[in-house]
Design a protein. Structure first.
Length: 388
């Protein structure tokens, strides 16, 4: 890592901080490691050693963005808010917090806004890494927080995933030792797209959070059907030390506009706040667009339905070709490929298709974001050409 541009540096330089990348360079904990898993642990510094030529891409499927854009109602609110761009957003923050608090069953003081959820992840990394200690998580997950925590002195202990690519909560629980400062869970997980059964996750939090803070990164939660969506706000309402990180970057399409929030105990938010630039880092234009988008359930339902349609099409097309696709509950799909990552990636780029690759336990994988149906048809055409 040291002789190269680090992933964050590269993302910063290429403007891809919000790209939804996830790596797994952290060694699986010895307790459950195998030689094969250990070999995989350091293979993925960052997938793009040569970034794709962006203007030449016909399908941009590497960053888990919303291909449909922002809601027309959000765009209208954004333009209107330009008229009050000279004002600090005092009341508008409370407006959005009140909306969120009502839906989540918490109080507005349990919510902190931020320009994207990355800021919350970074604040937690900085805080929990202070003075050393361990952050306990899983292999094959989003590692932005983990890399940052490691950089500032934390050890990362990553338990292997279950055979079906899910967080192994019993194994994580069994590895909580006095030096563990925080547990980091991503649900739905990036890059596997898998989810943890809600009852299991809730029981885990109720047992673990009284001892160790549990950070749940819910960047992709909006892709759950509303009826199935986990409602972990109640854990916070019950006083547990659970931190939920949310973003508008995905279903709301705000990756470039930047809006996110944390739900946690007021004391924890106060602590995390000290590591951020404060809520005013969110612009009034983004905030007003966020309020409009949040209220626009029709647009969210439309995006969710289009995503599910294109995801089903791609999953079936790959399965029909004999590929084993990991069932995804998010806006990306991970599946094992039969080519070297670099060769595959370069050939896909050459065909104008932007994707991500990963290698775990010596097995190469493709992670493709779910774009429009048209883009997924392009992806399948390109894929067939590349794999022959
Ligand atoms: C799991 C996960 N968490 C957090 C983020 C950060 O997103 P943002 O900073 O755009 O809210 C991402 C971005 O893709 C992600 O995949």
């Amino acid at each position: 890592m040291s002789s190269q541009l680090t992933r964050r540096d590269w993302l910063r330089a290429s403007g891809l901080m919000t790209a939804g990348l996830s790596l797994s360079r952290f060694a699986p904990a010895e307790a459950a490691s195998t030689a094969e898993q250990a070999q995989s642990a350091f293979t993925n510094e960052f997938a793009f050693t040569t970034p794709p030529d962006m203007p030449k891409l016909r399908a941009r499927l590497f960053a888990n963005e919303n291909p449909l854009g922002i809601a027309p109602s959000a765009k209208e609110a954004l333009i209107k808010a330009a008229d009050i761009g000279n004002r600090y957003a005092w009341m508008e923050f409370s407006q959005l917090k009140q909306l969120l608090a009502t839906d989540e069953g918490v109080k507005p003081e349990n919510i902190m806004m931020s320009p994207g959820s990355s800021d919350i992840l970074m604040a937690a990394a900085d805080h929990f890494a202070k003075g050393g200690g361990t952050i306990l998580t899983s292999t094959m997950t989003y590692d932005d927080l983990l890399q940052r925590a490691e950089k500032f002195g934390a050890k990362i202990k990553a338990m292997p995933m279950t055979k079906d690519y899910k967080f192994d909560l019993p194994s994580i629980k069994a590895n909580i030792t006095p030096d563990v400062k925080m547990v980091y869970i991503v649900n739905p997980n990036n890059p596997t797209g898998t989810i943890i059964p809600t009852a299991e996750l809730e029981a885990f939090c109720r047992e673990v959070a009284p001892k160790v803070p549990v950070f749940i990164d819910e960047a992709y939660i909006d892709f759950y059907e509303p009826a199935d969506r986990p409602k972990l706000g109640k854990l916070v309402a019950d006083g547990l030390n659970v931190i939920l990180a949310r973003t508008f970057s995905k279903i709301h399409g705000f990756a470039g506009l930047r809006l996110g929030y944390a739900i946690a105990q007021p004391d924890m938010l106060k602590t995390l706040h000290a590591y951020t630039n404060g809520e005013f880092a969110v612009s009034i234009t983004t905030l007003m667009a966020g309020i409009a988008s949040y209220k626009d359930k029709d647009w969210q339902n439309h995006c969710r339905a289009e995503n599910a349609k294109a995801r089903t099409y791609t999953t079936k097309a790959l399965t029909d070709m004999g590929y084993e696709v990991i069932p995804s509950s998010a806006n990306f799909i991970l599946f094992p490929i039969r080519m070297k990552t670099k060769t595959f990636e370069n050939q896909m780029f050459a065909n104008g298709i932007g994707i991500q690759t990963r290698e775990f336990s010596g097995q190469p994988y493709c992670r493709v974001s779910v774009g429009t149906m048209e883009e997924m048809v392009m992806f399948m055409d390109g894929f067939k050409k590349v794999v022959g």
